[in-house]
Design a protein around this ligand. Structure first.
Ligand SMILES: [Zn+2]
Length: 571
């Protein structure tokens, strides 16, 4: 019996859980494996956070500590934030190499992680129990002080701690370097500088949320603006509504490119600086969030030696990321892959990449037939554009070169319609199609504050009705069509996610693997409505169904899925 099962027995014996409540609790645990027992008990309203901590202290025979007030900053910062977050632990007191650690729940996995860390640091840990509420309060102090605790070795550059006088005495290039280095270290995706009343505000976009980092004396705004404009070779004197450029700086001994945008209007001046992220940083196939079903389909399509794989998505849906992930996956098979792309920012190992530059005659039309003569194992074109180049692409595919490309659209049906708009013959297209993969991004629920809740009856009926068309073997583990109630997350909001309840993105997919029967039927299609019917008949899991199953697995909310898949609701 696991420690959490024993603990639940204990709570039942003590009368904290009635047998009815216990049965409810266990049905939730079965559905959502790996769920944190304390969060479940407290957020599910089974027992209060304070009471639970008292019962835990008794059961595990550990001291109970109350952490109502902020613990000392020194003690807090001894335990790295990542460990505090992942293990539900707070260091609340320290003396020499002896640390006192308060735990939300002392399960074996967390204890093992802490033990490994303390052994490496040669520290001795002593454990106590604290309530979930107290823990969350203390964890928030980390977030406020994150730059401080994370970078205690570079004290003089703690951005939030620097005083006005120091900023004013610092050379402007140093001011910019300090701010940008902090942004890169914190993995900010955007740095915003704006004039607000009598200060210059600097905010970082962290995990999709805008977080204030520091504010500077107003006098510094113009010098910073001019310095950055100078670096980006933008005109200093001309006040334009909107300027954009690119700057290169050495950050932490690495060349880093930033995209700079300057917006000047009568009442507002805003500077946006975005570090360019290297492509390989987000190319991991496993991180794209494919369900097992979609992943198997993609893997099968990659083993086929001919045909065409098309990724369908709108701008900003991450379809290029997915395309590169597929290329990465294929390049592992020892293949010669050639890509033809508009933007090349970084190298993909083992892949030949050619940049399209129409201004010097290197157009898609010119490059594609040329590359085809090299007989690559796979030809990747970042986007299917109209005209001659798509005809060349089709010709390459017909003559046996595997092709990967993308097309605009929100669904497989839209993607197919888009391909057919390119003046290609439907029997040619159907002959070469191998896999169509459509993708859409939705917001991922914040794992720090999401609460699992019972789905209301009417919604639950709707969800089960939509999922009834999906074969049971593809359902999330633990989901039972006849079960009394479904659970899915509710977006609550905390300091981690900027009180939005969401953090990061999640891709929803639908995929169609072509076999001879489908190719034959597609080649006989006469009009659009027949296409809808055909795709619907062949699609095992559509994007709405994929999204609903991801919501039931706790990755996003049902609301987020429904509002992003409106075109499917009619099914
Ligand atoms: Zn949150």
């Amino acid at each position: 019996m696991s420690s959490s099962e024993l603990f639940i027995n204990f709570l039942t014996q003590r009368g904290v859980l009635t047998s009815k409540r216990r049965a409810e609790l266990e049905s939730v645990i079965v559905k959502q494996q790996g769920i944190n027992i304390v969060e479940l008990l407290v957020r599910g309203g089974f027992v209060s956070s304070e009471d639970l901590a008292r019962w835990e202290a008794e059961f595990f025979n550990l001291e109970l500590c109350h952490l109502k007030n902020p613990v000392s900053e020194t003690a807090l910062s001894l335990l790295p934030f990542e460990i505090a977050r992942d293990c539900g632990a707070i260091c609340f007191s320290a003396s020499g190499r002896f640390l006192k650690i308060a735990l939300v729940y002392p399960d074996t996995e967390n204890m093992a992680k802490l033990r490994a860390w303390s052994r490496e640091k040669q520290l001795e840990l002593e454990y106590a129990i604290c309530s979930l509420a107290d823990y969350e309060k203390q964890l928030n102090f980390y977030l406020v002080k994150e730059p401080v605790t994370r970078k205690s070795e570079t004290k003089k550059d703690e951005v939030g701690e620097i005083e006005d006088k120091t900023w004013e005495q610092m050379p402007i290039d140093k001011v910019v370097a300090v701010v940008l280095r902090e942004a890169v270290t914190q993995k900010a995706t955007e740095i915003l500088l704006s004039k607000e009343k009598d200060r210059v505000w600097i905010r970082f976009r962290l995990r999709e949320n805008l977080i204030p980092v520091v504010n500077l004396p107003l006098d510094l705004f113009v010098p910073i603006l001019n310095y950055l404009k100078g670096l980006a070779h933008l005109p200093l004197s001309i006040k334009n509504n909107f300027l954009q450029g690119e700057i290169q700086l050495q950050i932490n001994n690495q060349a880093q490119t930033f995209d700079l945008k300057v917006l000047e209007s009568v009442d507002k001046e805003v500077l946006s600086i975005k570090p360019r992220i290297s492509e390989s940083a987000h190319l991991n196939f496993d991180q794209l969030g494919f369900s097992n079903y979609t992943r198997n389909m993609i893997e099968e399509s990659l083993t086929r030696k001919t045909g065409k794989i098309v990724v369908v998505g709108l701008g900003g849906s991450g379809k290029t990321t997915t395309l590169h992930a597929l290329v990465n996956k294929l390049s592992g098979f020892d293949n010669h892959i050639v890509t033809v792309e508009k933007n090349i920012e970084n190298s993909l190992p083992g892949v030949t990449r050619i940049q399209v530059k129409p201004e010097i005659g290197l157009s898609y039309e010119r490059i594609v037939p040329e590359v085809q003569r090299w007989q690559p194992d796979c030809l990747v074109v970042d986007e299917m554009v109209g005209g001659e180049s798509s005809a060349h692409l089709l010709h390459s595919a017909l003559s046996g070169t595997p092709i990967m490309t993308t097309v605009e659209g929100e669904s497989i049906v839209q993607g197919l319609k888009q391909i057919l708009k390119l003046d290609l013959e439907i029997y040619h297209v159907s002959a070469v199609l191998n896999l169509l993969l459509a993708q859409k991004l939705v917001r991922r629920v914040c794992s720090h504050c999401a609460e699992s809740e019972v789905v209301p009856n009417n919604i639950s009926k709707k969800v089960l009705n939509i999922l009834s068309a999906v074969p049971a073997e593809h359902w999330p583990r633990g989901l039972d069509y006849n079960s009394a109630s479904l659970y899915s997350p509710r977006a609550s909001g905390c300091s981690w996610c900027g009180h939005s309840g969401y953090s990061g993105k999640l891709a929803l997919h639908e995929a169609l693997l072509f076999d001879d029967r489908l190719k034959m039927e597609l080649s006989r299609i006469q009009k659009g409505s027949e296409l809808n019917e055909l795709v619907e008949r062949y699609l095992t899991i559509n994007m709405l169904q994929d999204g609903l199953m991801k919501a039931l697995r706790g990755l996003t909310t049902l609301d987020e899925v429904f509002s992003n898949c409106e075109e499917y609701n009619i099914i």
